[in-house]
Design a protein around this ligand. Structure first.
Ligand SMILES: Nc1ncnc2c1ncn2[C@@H]1O[C@H](COP(=O)(O)OP(=O)(O)O)[C@@H](O)[C@H]1O
Ligand SMILES: N[C@@H](CC(=O)OP(=O)(O)O)C(=O)O
Length: 855
């Protein structure tokens, strides 16, 4: 098998960095010995009919196997496409022909058989090499003549043998294809090991089935097993009911104690309603076991009613994860089914079933009710009022059962629509909302499901698409879970976190926001079930563990949220280099970090394009002027049709403080060391004095204003003399007095002209200045300027920033924004303002459902 890195880690239930459960999926070489294989946790992969409908689909599945399987894994397959439907149709045609006493098989039947045989033959010849296809075509011929014989004889006796052909053909072909192209494989007919009590109960004889399966599996080969079919203890073929291959997969997983079952289908997960008819359906990333079981019971086609049963064994220590994914989009994270915390338990979905019967009888009250419930497992039941809802197929046996009690029964055609979610039957608010949404449908009754995970409305008419959409909208309109990851646990990161609990309580737009990740440069605390915001920093201190970027990206790829926001409060260039990968995952970024927004033109444009093409939002108001709304103002002017011609001001809180305070009464170096001691400068004050920070800020704002320029296009005056630039920090600080003469003379020269000195950023665009040397008509510089004392830039509170914007609308009288441009509270506040803004925007975002198969 090909060696490549597996994407299977996504099916790991909790692949969070905190638990360090990144599974290694090394491939097992061909012919590996039995004892080595036994060490690996077994994975079961089930491919539904839609995933195996055409040779193109099957080739896609081969790639999934290559990327995700080891030799000791098990593949369970359904019949190709709608083969079971065709076999049913042929069977029904023959039944009708017999009822109408036609001796010979009609032309219609012969034609249907031939279409079926041809479609199988086509798959075989399109996929296999000449030798193998010859062999399989020969077996297909034999099967078709056996089918014809059975159809002509006592068909009822052979009904399940006939229906089984679909799965047999599919598994035989797939196994041959694996052998030819991927790895050694053996085909197993489930009837050779899987023993059930009877078709009605579907109860598995675990001991016999497990022992027989052990005998059939060949180590060193990937087993391909038929779904849907089994046998009873007399060896008669049985089916597990329509769509029963999912159930086969979980039965087999339980028999071999598999670690994981993936149901590969044509939709990338389980949605809050049937996505084929409800366009606004949301993907449910994580479904608690009980809720999934109820969904299957109440008609969700992705989950057969019994699928969950083999995996929920309260006596067993072993836990198998279940995962639903799309074989058409194998990289997309599907739905995980398992045990989860509170956030996953908030999900609601809506499902429906038509063509049901409401059966009413006194036998459904009192003592008899329990017996009736046990015998018929109705969809819902009320033993006070004496009714149950059953399928049409159950009508005969129920009438028969009641006849022996000698009581009357009435049947009425009904449908149901249900809202399903963790303990919804105990939630008055949800029941009330559900009831309100159903008003026009005039439900006959509202009943709680047996396990409290559903509220079921019995409808007098079939459930229409309109009703389904209306109820779904009402039940899920506010449900969008947003995950929040905070990177940077420094001074501002801590303040941001300390403000978070109150923000979550008070701001409506943050209603479904959950803190799920905390990162420092070395450690991470990730919890898909949410991190308690009231204890975020202490939990981080106690529980965070070491991580690397690949682990982080791997978790970000698999996060179970509708949307994820990363707030970058780091000063790290390394972290900014992850933005590209983060945007490519459709994840949003709020950055206080200046590196990405002031990177090279090529890198910056690429980032903006990646974010755009993946609908990722990028807000960075706090990159310049802390919480001051300078980025917002520029955005707003641009979006409103204004055009900006000049941007200028004092952009550095540190340089603002130094020059507003410096009046010559103390030496500049003394002031600088004072500022350092108070935390007003960077740990190395040369970072402030170099002007680089101001240069980056001017670049960020000019880009926001719509200009394409790079850092090198902005002249930058470094206030640190050459001789001091490359010293160690310690040496620089000890020689800081070498700065004094320069600033003293600059100040006295300015004072002599009734002026002052300020470090100013200036950007100007002038269409008339476009020349060969300056094709963009741009001039930009950051430098120490001499300003008249009445200049707006000359009279700031030390530490404040000022931004002046000249535009078409603000030409002679510029727009000025002034205020604290640095500091813990204002920066953390600015980040919260970006967070609210992003959440408000996300509230209007519609994600597209992906159904790529035949349905
Ligand atoms: N709530 C839902 N979530 C996801 N898919 C649904 C839902 N309701 C209906 N579907 C449909 O069910 C189909 C899956 O059917 P299924 O029979 O399980 O496929 P397979 O052929 O893979 O076994 C999908 O095509 C999807 O459109
Ligand atoms: N082929 C069977 C069993 C099955 O589970 O099919 P699928 O996985 O395509 O739903 C059926 O159509 O009922």
């Amino acid at each position: 098998m090909k060696q490549e890195s597996s994407t299977l880690s996504k099916v790991n239930n909790d692949s969070s960095i905190v638990n360090n459960e990144f599974i290694e999926h090394d491939f097992v070489a061909q012919g590996t010995a039995e004892n080595k294989l036994a060490k690996h946790a077994i994975q079961v992969h089930k491919f539904g009919g839609s995933s195996l409908a055409t040779s193109e689909c099957i080739k896609r599945v081969l790639e999934i196997i290559r990327a995700n399987c080891q030799l000791n894994d098990i593949v369970v397959v359904s019949a190709n496409g709608k083969t079971t439907d065709s076999l049913f149709a042929i069977y029904s045609l023959v039944e009708r022909t017999i009822a109408e006493q036609e001796k010979q098989l009609s032309d219609e039947i012969t034609a249907a058989i031939s279409v079926l045989a041809q479609s199988q033959a086509q798959l075989i010849t399109e996929l296999l090499n000449a030798n193998n296809s010859k062999q399989l075509l020969c077996q297909l011929d034999k099967d078709i003549s056996q089918l014809t014989t059975w159809l002509a004889a006592d068909i009822a006796q052979h009904k399940n043998d006939i229906l089984a052909f679909g799965e047999v053909w599919s598994a035989r072909l797939f196994s041959a294809l694996l052998n030819e192209q991927v790895c050694p494989s053996n085909f197993i007919d489930a009837r050779d090991f899987l023993v059930i009590d009877n078709e009605q109960s579907g109860l598995v004889d675990n001991a016999t089935s497990a022992a027989q399966l052990r005998q059939r599996r060949q180590f060193g080969k990937l087993a391909v097993i038929t779904g849907y079919i089994s046998q009873d203890s007399r060896g008669t073929s049985c089916t597990l009911g329509r769509n029963g291959s999912d159930y086969s997969a979980t039965i087999i997983a339980a028999l071999v104690a598999a670690s994981n079952v993936t149901l590969w289908t044509d939709v990338d997960g389980i949605y809050s309603a049937d996505p084929r008819v409800v366009p606004s359906a949301r993907k449910l990333h994580r479904l608690p076991n009980g809720v999934a079981k109820e969904l299957g019971r109440l008609g969700n086609p992705v989950l057969h009613a019994k699928t969950l049963l083999p995996l929920i064994n309260p006596l067993s220590e072993h836990h198998t994860h279940l995962h639903v994914a799309s074989s058409f989009d194998a990289q997309v994270i599907g739905t995980e089914i398992g045990k989860f915390g509170q956030i996953a338990k908030q999900e609601l979905s809506v499902t429906y079933l038509n063509d049901l019967l409401l059966a009413q009888s006194v036998s459904f009250t009192g003592d008899c009710a329990a017996k009736a419930r046990a015998e018929f497992a109705p969809i819902c039941m009320d033993d006070q009022q004496g009714f149950m809802v059953i399928t049409q197929a159950q009508q005969k046996s129920l009438s028969h059962w009641l006849a022996s009690h000698d009581v009357e029964i009435t049947f009425k055609p009904v449908a149901i629509i249900a809202t399903v979610g963790h303990r919804v039957a105990e939630r008055g608010d949800i029941k009330a909302r559900f009831k309100r949404s159903l008003k026009t449908a005039k439900p006959l009754q509202l009943v709680g499901g047996d396990n409290s995970h559903s509220v079921i409305a019995i409808l007098p008419e079939p459930c229409s698409i309109e009703l389904l959409n209306k109820v779904h909208h009402e039940m899920t309109k506010d449900a969008r879970h947003i995950g929040l990851v905070v990177a940077g646990m420094g001074n501002i990161g801590e303040r941001f976190l300390s403000l978070l609990p109150a923000q979550l309580n008070n701001v409506y737009a943050l209603e479904n926001l959950h803190l799920v990740g905390l990162l420092s440069s070395k450690k991470a605390l990730i919890n898909n079930d949410g991190i308690d915001v009231n204890q975020a920093t202490s939990l981080f201190a106690q529980q965070a563990i070491a991580y690397d970027n690949d682990q982080l990206i791997s978790w970000l790829t698999q996060h179970p949220y509708d949307e994820l926001i990363v707030v970058d409060i780091t000063p790290s260039e390394d972290f900014s280099l992850l933005y590209e990968r983060i945007f490519a995952l459709g994840i949003h970024i709020i950055g206080a970090n200046k590196w990405a927004a002031s990177s090279s033109t090529q890198a910056y444009n690429k980032l903006v394009n990646t974010a755009d093409s993946h609908n990722s939002l990028w807000l960075g108001n706090t990159t310049v002027g802390a919480g001051l709304p300078i980025n917002y103002a520029i955005d707003d002017l641009r979006q409103s049709g204004d055009s900006i011609s000049e941007l200028s001001g004092i952009f550095s809180g540190t340089l603002s403080w130094l020059f507003e305070t410096y009046d010559g009464s103390v030496k500049f170096s003394t002031l600088l060391l004072n500022a350092l001691a108070q935390g007003i400068t960077e740990p190395d004050p040369r970072e402030d004095l170099s002007g680089r920070d101001v240069q980056r800020k001017l670049l960020i704002l000019a880009r926001k204003a719509g200009f394409e320029l790079a850092l090198e296009d902005i002249d930058c005056q470094n206030l640190v003399p050459e001789a001091l630039q490359r010293l160690s920090l310690e040496d620089f600080l000890s020689r800081a007095n070498e700065l004094d003469d320069y600033f003293a003379s600059a100040l006295s020269e300015a004072t002599s002209k009734a002026a002052c000195i300020r470090y100013v950023a200036r950007f100007q665009y002038n269409a008339n200045a476009i020349t060969g040397n300056n094709p963009a008509g741009i001039s930009a510089k950051v430098s120490l300027e001499v300003l008249p004392k009445n200049d707006p830039f000359a009279n700031l509170i030390p530490g404040d920033n000022i931004f002046k914007i000249n535009s078409r609308w603000y030409q002679d009288n510029p727009l000025i924004i002034q205020g604290p441009g640095a500091g813990r509270d204002v920066t953390a506040g600015g980040l919260h303002s970006d967070l609210v803004k992003i959440c408000q925007q996300l509230a209007h975002k519609q994600n597209q459902v992906k159904i790529k198969g035949m349905s």
